[in-house]
Design a protein around this ligand. Sequence first.
Ligand SMILES: Nc1ncnc2c1ncn2[C@@H]1O[C@H](COP(=O)(O)OP(=O)(O)OP(=O)(O)O)[C@@H](O)[C@H]1O
Ligand SMILES: [Mg+2]
Length: 290
Amino acid sequence: MKPMLDVVDLCKSFPVRNVFGRMAGEVKAVDHVSFSIERGEVYGLAGESGSGKSTIARTIMGLTRPDSGDIFLDGENIIGTGGTREHGRKVQMVFQNPGSSLNPRRTVGQSIGVPLEAHGHPRSDRRRRISELLEMVQLPADFAQRFPHELSGGQKQRVAIARALAVAPKLVVLDEPTSALDVSVQAKVIDLLVDLGRQLDLTFLFISHDLSLMRNFAKKVGILYLGEIVETGDTAAVFDNPRHDYTRLLLASVPVISAEEEAMRPKIELIDGEIPTAEKLLALRKAQGG
Ligand SMILES: Nc1ncnc2c1ncn2[C@@H]1O[C@H](COP(=O)(O)OP(=O)(O)OP(=O)(O)O)[C@@H](O)[C@H]1O
Ligand SMILES: [Mg+2]
């Protein structure tokens, strides 16, 4: 069977301007990236800030047009279809900050109703569908009348998830869905996503800095470094036995909570006792002839 998502040789560069606004070069935000996600699977993308994670998400959502490459969703090439109904029915996204992705002047019910209306869901059935979606994300039906400022961060993110699921997409792109939330709430939101994935047979692209959440949620993972996937495979295998220097560095930077985790942590020497930036690491590898 074809994978749900197949990203093939995707490239996207952005111009870099100097202080006078003149072109001073370009940054390869996404550099020949390929990966695929099987139906019903969770694929994680990890990598430090600026490694290209959101740019990949935005190209899949049709918010950014890639310079080259193809994106097949359920077998169809979706390049150039962003913003169409057809595209929206297949893929939806949950953003990092539910506070800014929900309109403060709309009630929860109105926010969830927007995609229903856009996709021609019958008006007479909208209220029922909104209650059903709220139930799916474990919020009481009367939350439909509330405004975002009356909700906690975790509750807002549940609403954003309900809104993303309103038109029953096949793929859900999660770009740091829990990083704006309290640590105590993060695991609950991930648990909810795991349940929903199973119930609704969803496929997820999960972008996160948090490697312990990644380990619990994503079956496969791709490690992004300077716009390139340097390592990919089953999450447990990649994390237990990282092959690329950068993956080791990324894992070594994870805050450790227990002695058990400390024992699992790869032992490596850090340059200057800190986590080197991508540039520093590149320079070091060059110096070492690597
Ligand atoms: N619209 C844009 N214009 C210019 N440069 C951009 C634009 N969007 C992204 N970039 C650059 O592309 C690179 C990748 O950015 P991207 O946002 O994809 O990284 P990220 O991995 O999502 O980082 P973070 O973890 O901080 O969210 C960065 O160097 C960034 O500055
Ligand atoms: Mg990002």
